[in-house]
Design a protein around this ligand. Structure first.
Ligand SMILES: Cc1cc2nc3c(=O)[nH]c(=O)nc-3n(C[C@H](O)[C@H](O)[C@H](O)COP(=O)(O)OP(=O)(O)OC[C@H]3O[C@@H](n4cnc5c(N)ncnc54)[C@H](O)[C@@H]3O)c2cc1C
Length: 505
């Protein structure tokens, strides 16, 4: 374990001096924890109020006990992408991530299944030749070309659209990168499926190259081709696994924050933020008590928080990502044939995306499904010879008939997986549906990934870290800039901290 220094970047020690500015963070998700730790290191006295009894927000886990022992499931994030962003976040907090979490790079990144087709997606494209050619003759060369244009989108788009702050000035090098991006990649705004359909005829390959659009809350039929950068970043930087599951990351961040003096108050819901004119004054907790501060950082999801905690709405009719159903299965079987990350694509690719971004708990008859089996890499995730299997099934959002949704999702998931283990080997099971995401984390409509990333809600069109209404209120998290996904939320925490420091340090 690293020995963590308590000295902040302003040279003060633990931040309880009377002169220290006080910051309150509403929500102990990754965005809240990272911002609290960053502010504490910059000399603020920081308190975090989290409604749930555990910290980490959506980066959560579930344990199921059986006679054979314990099964552990990552119920939220399970793919550690963009490892350099994690490394930098820990470095910013004075810690080497390798001293606190054991990271393993996975190979393959995913195994994709559709009908009789099987395709292992690997960072080293040359190792995919056999699989690709078996799915569609001649596709190996096309996949290489597609990967290189996707990489151009990643190189051109990531820095200027994701890492850059809205206040930064675009440089000549940004423009040069964009020109390179269009020359090498083609039209970044064409639909992703149209872009892929000129390269492949197999729906398996089109689906395998575009399912990641779901991570940004879009259907590949609507997502612009620039989002092929998601697959490129996975190939380029790898898909990683932290030993103990993603929750190990949240635990390590909480430890760093505590060692920097952050005070965490769990099982403490904030009912509202009290304001006078354009200034926030206090948070009111569920028991009616009030806590004052100079600065308020809101990590609770932006659309809910602006409306319910601060009493304003800054966008009419926002577009949300899909909902998801989680099916967690404790299986007394090694699940031969599955890998750590698996994607099951529906036969009817078009219909599988219809309706899942609309209100209403819609689930297509033939649905896409992601299956996480961490016990393939981490023996501690399940008893010996057994598997913890978590299925994520994208669906529509609230309101709707939850019973009907769950019955359909459970039956479909278990039937698809029956090729890998007999149903009788399921020793325990648990399920979440969009109402879980709404009630547990206050996510509007139960949309698991918050605001979608359509053009109207992308980059500078996404809610900023600075509140448009109150001078000392800041937002951090998946529904703010740059967007959804743990690494982007970590970037959001850096942008948020920079703004607080510009205004208050
Ligand atoms: C099923 C699923 C799978 C995912 N898979 C991946 C993946 O593989 N890789 C990846 O990088 N990302 C993934 N993501 C996205 C990632 O989990 C999120 O982008 C990220 O965790 C969001 O962090 P956050 O801090 O913005 O929000 P949250 O985690 O939602 O944190 C906000 C916190 O605020 C609290 N809160 C809300 N209201 C109040 C209140 N009134 N008072 C006090 N506290 C309050 C909530 O309880 C919560 O703890 C996944 C998400 C889901 C749901």
């Amino acid at each position: 374990m690293a020995v963590l220094g308590l000295v902040g970047s302003f040279g003060c020690s633990v931040n309880d001096t009377p002169s220290a500015k006080k910051a309150i963070v509403v929500g102990g998700g990754i965005g809240g924890i990272c911002t609290a730790a960053r502010l504490a290191r910059s000399g603020f006295s920081v308190s975090v109020y989290e409604k749930n009894n555990a910290l980490g927000g959506r980066m959560s886990e579930l344990k199921l006990e059986t006679d054979a022992g314990e099964y552990r499931f990552d119920t939220g994030p399970s793919l550690l992408l963009l490892p350099e962003v994690y490394r930098q976040t820990f470095r910013d907090l004075g810690v080497d991530i390798d001293d606190v979490v054991e990271l393993t790079r996975l190979d393959p990144n995913y195994k994709v299944f559709r009908g009789q087709d099987r395709l292992c997606i690997r960072s080293d494209v040359s190792k995919m030749r056999e699989d690709l050619e078996a799915v569609e003759k001649g596709s190996f060369e096309e996949w290489r070309k597609y990967s290189s244009s996707a990489l151009a989108f990643f190189r051109g788009g990531f820095h200027s659209f994701i890492e850059k702050d809205d206040m930064d000035i675009l440089t000549k090098s940004d423009y040069r990168q964009w020109i390179q991006m269009v020359l090498k990649g083609g039209n970044p705004l064409e639909s992703h499926v149209a872009y892929l359909s000129r390269r492949f005829t197999s729906q398996t390959l089109i689906g395998a190259a575009s399912f990641q659009d779901l991570y940004v809350g879009l259907s590949p039929f609507k997502a612009p081709a620039v989002f092929s950068l998601l697959g490129a970043l996975e190939a380029e930087q790898g898909v990683w696994y932290p030993k103990g599951g993603m929750r190990a990351i949240a635990r390590a961040l909480v430890n760093v924050a505590k060692e920097n003096g952050v005070q965490f108050h769990t099982s403490t819901s904030v009912r509202r933020i009290g304001t006078e004119s354009t200034t926030a004054k206090y948070v009111e907790l569920e028991d009616g008590s009030r806590e004052t501060a100079d600065v308020f950082v809101v990590n609770a999801d932006q659309t809910y928080a602006a409306r319910e905690l601060l009493g304003y709405t800054d966008r009419q009719d926002p577009a949300f990502s899909s909902g998801v159903v989680n099916v967690m299965l404790a299986v007394e079987d090694p699940c031969e044939g599955l890998e750590h990350h698996n994607i099951f694509l529906a036969d009817d690719f078009r219909k599988s995306w219809d309706g899942i971004f609309e209100p209403g708990l819609h689930l297509p008859n033939d649905f896409n499904m992601y299956v996480h089996v961490p016990s393939k890499t981490d023996p501690a995730a399940a008893p010996q010879g057994c598997s913890s299997v978590m299925c994520l099934i994208p669906c529509g959002t609230l309101p709707g008939n939850r019973e009907e949704l769950l019955t359909k999702a459970k039956a479909g998931a278990i039937e698809t997986l029956s090729k890998f283990f007999p149903q009788e080997t399921i020793r325990a099971q648990a399920f979440y549906e969009p109402n879980h995401w709404k009630l547990t984390y206050n996510l509007d409509r139960g949309a698991a990934f918050g605001l979608a990333h359509n053009i109207q809600q992308l980059a500078i069109f996404r809610p900023s870290q600075r509140s448009s209404t109150f001078t000392n209120v800041y937002f951090v998290g998946a529904s703010t800039r740059p967007g959804n996904g743990v690494p982007l939320v970590m970037i959001s925490s850096r942008l948020c901290t920079e703004k607080v420091l510009q205004d208050f340090a």
